[in-house]
Design a protein around this ligand. Structure first.
Ligand code: NAD
Ligand code: WQD
Length: 367
């Protein structure tokens, strides 16, 4: 029995693929659209190997509204969208800002327009903790609650806060128009703005994980490259922060927990018709860079080399979530630990040193 149908934009990417898997396991029909700009089609096979169900896939660019229209036309049962498709490299966003606005903002406009034409009225949007910027500039805002004023400090973050504002404006307009002019359908528009903290980890089977096509820039994928011998050492960006060991604090969340967060947020929209809601998806636990090196070294079984370097421009001291709103309203909280994330990432890395560019281990294909 199918409980609903979801278009997952950016669904072959890291978080999108885990969410597609969680949706299929919860008996949703899943249609993925992705340009494969930063992902591989092989992930569709891996999803099927894990859950025995295969999502439908269309290779298209999110800025191509006509291509999106065609997918909605072919699947009139789609009544929800989860939108991951975006460019996400913070440093690069400062170098080619218009490209980031074109894809992240322009792509979302195409998607919302196509949704409007096809009466698809629920959207779950991948926002980011980066929209808060430096929350330590306010008293008592660590751990960060959703009512912390937003103030992104980089172009990527500004594309995310722009899209949050745009989705909020659209939903208010649709609901107001329904009330004032009696336009049918507008009262059903809902959005979940999910502000993720630092996603980490892989599938415990070892056959699905993060597979960035270029050079990774996030801490754990870089540490994994050190461990597998692709990189000599990790550069620690600053040990002069006001934390217990001088390195910056982040809230790392296992990607399986994050994927479940999307499922419960979508279910909440469908059952409660709440309009726009923003939720933090984080564990509420902060870890320093040194603590992460220690945790990952432990699962690898040896000390990983690092060297302290200058602070990275734009980094902030502490991004730890206060996830109580999601705990209370969605009944969601993280269940997996940092140690689980490290162990699963290491298994994925050892099994797939070339990511999805190689066949899955034999036992999965023969099973
Ligand atoms: P990812 O790069 O693995 O996934 C994004 C997907 O979007 C990729 O498959 C890529 O091919 C696709 N895409 C990019 N441009 C496209 C276009 N023009 N048309 C169609 N598809 C396109 O990244 P991810 O880590 O899975 O992130 C998913 C979402 O979550 C993004 O919106 C990202 O900004 C957001 N986010 C990520 C993190 C993180 O640390 N990974 C944290 C907070 C928020
Ligand atoms: C984590 C910590 C670094 C690399 C970014 C985006 C955010 C979100 C998640 C998308 C920081 C330190 C890192 C290295 C290091 N993405 N570090 N050496 O910066 O918290 O968040 O990814 O939305 O928007 O900004 O994540 O993994 O890059 O860094 O010392 O080689 O590790 O300084 O303290 P970040 P990260």
């Amino acid at each position: 029995m199918v409980v609903g149908s979801v278009l997952v934009a950016g669904g072959t990417g890291y978080i999108g693929s885990f969410t597609a898997l969680a949706l299929l396991e919860a008996d949703y029909k899943v249609v993925i659209v992705d340009s494969l700009y930063n992902s591989s089609k092989e992930v569709i096979n891996r999803i099927e190997l894990i859950c025995g169900k295969r999502p439908e896939f269309y290779e298209l660019d999110i800025t191509d509204e006509a291509a999106l229209d065609k997918v909605f036309d072919e699947h009139p049962d789609i009544d929800n969208v989860i939108h991951f498709a975006a460019l996400k490299a913070v440093g690069e966003s400062g170098e080619i800002p218009l490209e980031y606005y074109r894809v992240n903002v322009g792509g979302t406009i195409s998607l919302l327009q196509s949704m409007t034409k096809h009466n698809v009225t629920n959207i779950v949007f991948s926002s980011s903790a980066t929209v808060y910027g430096d929350a330590t500039r306010f008293p008592n805002m660590i751990p960060i609650p959703e009512h912390c004023p937003i103030g992104p400090t980089n172009t990527y973050g500004r594309t995310k806060s722009t899209v949050e504002g745009m989705i909020t404006d659209l939903i208010e307009a649709q609901r107001n128009n329904a009330k004032k002019r009696g336009e049918a359908g507008g009262e059903k528009w809902n959005a979940a703005l999910l502000r993720y903290f630092n996603p980490a980890g892989a599938h415990p089977s070892g056959i699905m994980g993060e597979n960035p096509l270029g050079v990774p820039y996030n801490l754990l994928p870089l540490l994994a490259q050190v461990a597998i011998g692709k990189r000599e050492k990790l550069l620690v960006f600053g040990d002069d922060y006001a934390s217990k060991d001088g390195t910056a604090i982040r809230d790392y969340i296992h990607v399986l927990d994050l994927a479940k967060g999307h499922l419960v947020a979508l279910n909440y929209l469908r059952s409660n018709n709440p309009g726009v809601k923003a939720w933090n998806l984080g564990s509420g636990r902060g870890s320093t860079v040194f603590e992460m090196i220690k945790a990952f070294s432990k699962v690898v079984g040896r000390d990983l080399p690092y060297q302290v370097a200058e602070r990275r421009q734009g980094d902030v001291l502490d991004l730890t979530a206060n996830p109580s709103l999601a705990n209370k309203e969605l009944g969601w909280k993280t269940e997996l630990t940092l140690e689980d994330a490290c162990a699963d990432l290491w298994k994925w890395t050892e099994n797939n040193p070339e990511g999805y560019g190689q066949d899955p281990p034999k036992e999965f294909v023969e099973a």
